[in-house]
Design a protein around this ligand. Structure first.
Ligand SMILES: *Cc1c(COP(=O)(O)O)cnc(C)c1O
Length: 430
């Protein structure tokens, strides 16, 4: 890449959540393999982000590369309307086998946000078909479900974009997020808000939507498994659908294949994305039960009303099949457990650091919550100088490395995180 490429980028290309007039610096990456990103100027960074939960097997994986190349030689794409193909069938077969038994109908789409849109539309069509239209969803504060309009409308109303789009978003019902930590004691009062909301509005609610166990982009919070069990019970009592957004947590990240397994519950609708293709391409899946699928299909519309152009894209399905076959080989539980142990050992003592308000570890996720918001540009520059790729936001510095990371690489990430805390200019003042 030339310096002029970076100039062009700054002037013409939007990056996630950035300004066109005051963009934060971007680092040019020209290749990636294993757990490392290679920058244009030649240095290598140990990757602590898995490209936002996705690259669980690392980059440039020979098995996934080969599967995608073989599919490319067959066909890169074909429409899914009136046509099916072997990659989609084997992927959906795998997903049905991997997920809890009642989830047996799969809708493939292009991204996590669209999987959430699809889940919301399924819930609305389900109630429509029952002759009892219900349009409200119940969601948790600190939740994150994506950036499209339907998904945005169920994200945390304060830390997301609700005020910006006021009047444009459907008004859903929010309750406080659970306070009992994953590894803390259970307090039954944690479900008071949910019980009250269901009592007050239960017969107008279509579904409860939440991220099971780990609230990701809305705060990196890990809550108690009993909460999830109580949500399931209360949904059952009130006849509400439960939508589990496993887009970040799915495929082993929390130490279970799906975070719902921590609570032994099955949602009525489950959203998958991010790591589905091992981080190779964008693809998502929304899964539901036979009764929900049948009800929707027997409704007035006679079908489910969604059908993306690139639905079931064969290249993406091939990447997903290869990634899931790596998971099926069964090394991931040991890898994630080893990462969890090392994160605990390496991060726990930072709880006492004056700039730190909390340290949390679950599975292959390690989080330092700081007292002050980070200065993203300064901190990012520091991390790159240390040879690591860590992307903090708000008051959160966190790791979710590829499962294949080696102990010495993970140490490098942990040390960089720890050292970063000692520099006042990495944090916003006041
Ligand atoms: C990332 C994410 C989404 C949105 O997925 P995209 O592929 O970015 O549209 C939705 N829900 C959760 C929990 C996520 O982490």
């Amino acid at each position: 890449m030339q310096p002029t490429d970076l100039d062009f980028d700054r002037r013409h290309i939007w990056h996630p959540y950035t300004s066109m007039t005051r963009p934060l610096p971007c680092y040019p990456v020209i290749s990636a393999s294993g757990c490392e990103l290679e920058l244009a100027e030649g240095c290598r960074l140990v990757d602590g982000m898995s490209s936002w939960w996705a690259a669980i097997h690392g980059y440039n994986h020979p098995h996934i590369n080969q599967a995608v190349a073989e599919q490319l030689a067959q066909m890169s794409h074909v429409m899914f309307g009136g046509i099916t193909h072997p990659q989609a069938v084997s992927l959906c077969r795998r997903l049905v086998a991997m997920t809890p038994l009642p989830l047996e109908c799969v809708f493939l789409a292009d991204s996590g946000s669209v999987a959430v849109e699809v889940a919301i539309k399924m819930a609305l069509q389900y109630w429509q078909a029952r002759g009892e239209p219900r349009r409200q969803l119940l969601s948790l504060r600190h939740g994150y479900h994506g950036d499209t309009f339907g998904a945005m409308s169920v994200c945390d109303p304060d830390n997301s974009m609700h005020s910006l789009y006021q009047g444009y978003l459907p008004a859903h019902r929010f309750i406080d997020s659970p306070q009992c930590a994953f590894d803390g004691d259970w307090d039954e009062r944690d479900v008071d808000a949910l019980e009250k909301a269901i009592l007050a509005d239960g017969d107008t609610l279509a579904a409860v939507i939440l991220e099971p166990i780990v609230q990701g982009a809305g705060g990196m919070r890990f809550y108690h498994r009993r909460y999830l069990q109580r949500v399931r019970e209360l949904c059952d009592q009130a006849g509400l659908l439960l939508i589990a957004d496993e887009i970040a947590t799915g495929f082993g990240r929390t130490g279970k294949l799906f975070a719902c397994e921590h609570a032994d519950i099955t949602p009525d609708i489950m959203c998958l994305g991010k790591a589905l293709t091992g981080g190779y391409m964008t693809l998502s899946a929304t899964m539901t039960t036979r009764p929900v699928a049948d009800t929707i299909s027997n409704g007035e519309a006679g079908c489910f009303m969604h059908g993306p152009t690139f639905m079931g894209n064969p290249l993406a399905c091939a990447a997903a099949n290869a990634s899931l076959s790596l998971l099926e080989q069964g090394n991931w539980p040991g890898q994630v457990a080893a990462i969890e142990r090392q994160l605990r050992q390496g991060l726990q003592h930072l709880r006492l650091h004056p700039r730190v308000s909390d340290v949390r570890v679950l599975g292959a996720i390690g989080v330092i919550e700081t007292r002050q918001a980070v200065n993203m540009a300064a901190l990012q520059r520091f991390f790159v100088a240390q040879g690591v790729w860590i992307r903090p936001f708000g008051r959160l510095i966190y790791l979710m490395p590829p499962y294949i990371i080696q102990a010495d690489q993970l140490s490098k990430l942990i040390n960089a995180m720890s050292d970063a805390l000692d520099h006042p200019h990495h944090f916003m003042q006041g």
